[in-house]
Structures are given as structure tokens and as C-alpha cells.
Design a protein around this ligand. Structure first.
Ligand code: XMP
Length: 181
């Protein structure tokens, strides 16, 4: 696995430090006297980020899961995201924080947040570990962003190529010959 990584963009130490900062930013945003928070991670890419960031939030909370798939293999030209499976989300009146691995074109987060709003939560915010500013739309962004990254296909810390590399602890760029044919 390690030989497949062309270069590291963000080290695991840098991720850990930024996740602690994000935890402080998110905690300061919510009213501690009236905690009503539901984290909604978008599976599967956000699982490692979720596990780390939620432990930085000393807030009473629940988790609801959403599954969306849009990318196949390593193309950064994603097909349209499928309608999310929002299973048993009981979020009416809740403060919802949607967690995703990366904001690329923004189509996934737009779709998920619009579906979530239909369930009448008290508030909806979004948190992503990564954003590709060169691709993200000018009229849509996330409320909390870990890092801006270049427009390369990145893997690690939950992000995959064809299902692999999610367990790579840094954020890295794959050797191009692995996915360019
Ligand atoms: P959109 O374009 O909808 O994309 O904002 C969001 C979803 O696409 C996946 N994605 C990536 N996955 N490396 C990955 O492993 C990437 O560089 C990348 N770019 C987009 C990801 O699942 C994200 O939730």
C-alpha cells in the first residue's frame, strides 16, 4: 500500500491537530445549555473523520447514518450522486451536523442537506475534512472545513480508491499510473 502513494499532502499529525481545532470551533457554535445535536456522517468516506471529530465534542449527541455513492474508481469526474438512503433519521427539531470527507463539486452535500431539511430539523450545518476550492461551487460551501487541497485524487484517512486505502493514516495522492490507463 505504501508504495502506491506518490506523495503525502497532509500528515496524520497535521490531521490530528486540525481535528482538535475543528472540535473547538464546532463546540463553540452550539448552545451548550440546550444540546440537541445529531451528527449525520455520509458513509463510507467519513467514518475515520467522524470517529476522531466526535471525540473532540463534549456535547450530548446522537448519530444518524446516510449513504451516498457517486464516485467510481479514481475519476474526479463523478457521476451524479444517487439519492441518499436516509434510514430512520429522527431529526425533527434537532441541530444536525452533516459530516463528509471531502467537498469536491458539492453535489453530494447539496443533495443530502436538501433531503435533511425536508425532515424539519432545527438547524443544518456541514463539516468536511477536505475541500477542493478549484472545484467547489462559489454559491455553496461547508460551515466547517479542515483543509483546502489541490485538485488531485486523494486517498487515506477514510478516502478510498476503488474501496482501498481508507486505512492509510495520512492524506496522500496515488501514483498516477495506478489509475490512469
Ligand atoms: P462531490 O463532488 O459530490 O463529491 O462534492 C463528494 C464525494 O465524492 C468523493 N470524492 C473523492 N473521494 N478522493 C476520494 O477518495 C477524492 O479526491 C474525491 N473527490 C470526491 C467522496 O466520496 C465525497 O464524499
Amino acid at each position: 500500500m505504501l508504495n502506491d502513494i506518490d506523495r503525502i499532502l497532509i500528515t496524520q499529525e497535521e490531521i490530528a491537530a486540525r481535528v482538535r481545532e475543528l472540535g473547538r470551533e464546532i463546540t463553540a457554535t452550539y448552545d451548550q445549555s440546550d444540546p440537541n445535536l445529531t451528527l449525520v456522517p455520509i458513509l463510507s468516506g467519513s467514518v475515520i473523520f467522524l470517529a476522531d471529530v466526535m471525540r473532540q465534542l463534549p456535547i450530548r449527541m446522537k448519530i444518524g447514518l446516510v449513504t451516498v455513492s457517486s464516485y467510481q474508481g479514481a475519476t474526479t469526474e463523478g457521476v451524479a450522486p444517487q439519492m441518499p438512503t436516509i434510514s430512520d433519521l429522527d431529526i425533527a427539531g434537532q441541530d444536525v451536523l452533516v459530516i463528509d470527507d471531502i467537498l469536491d463539486t458539492g453535489r453530494t452535500l447539496r443533495l443530502v442537506t436538501s433531503r435533511i431539511r425536508e425532515l424539519q430539523p432545527r438547524s443544518v450545518r456541514t463539516c468536511v475534512l477536505l475541500r477542493k476550492p478549484s472545484r467547489a461551487p462559489s454559491d455553496f460551501t461547508a460551515d466547517f472545513i479542515g483543509f483546502d487541497v489541490e485538485d488531485s485524487f486523494v486517498v487515506g484517512y477514510g478516502l478510498d480508491y476503488d474501496g482501498h486505502y481508507r486505512n492509510y493514516p495520512n492524506i496522500g495522492v496515488l501514483r498516477p499510473e495506478l489509475y490512469e490507463s
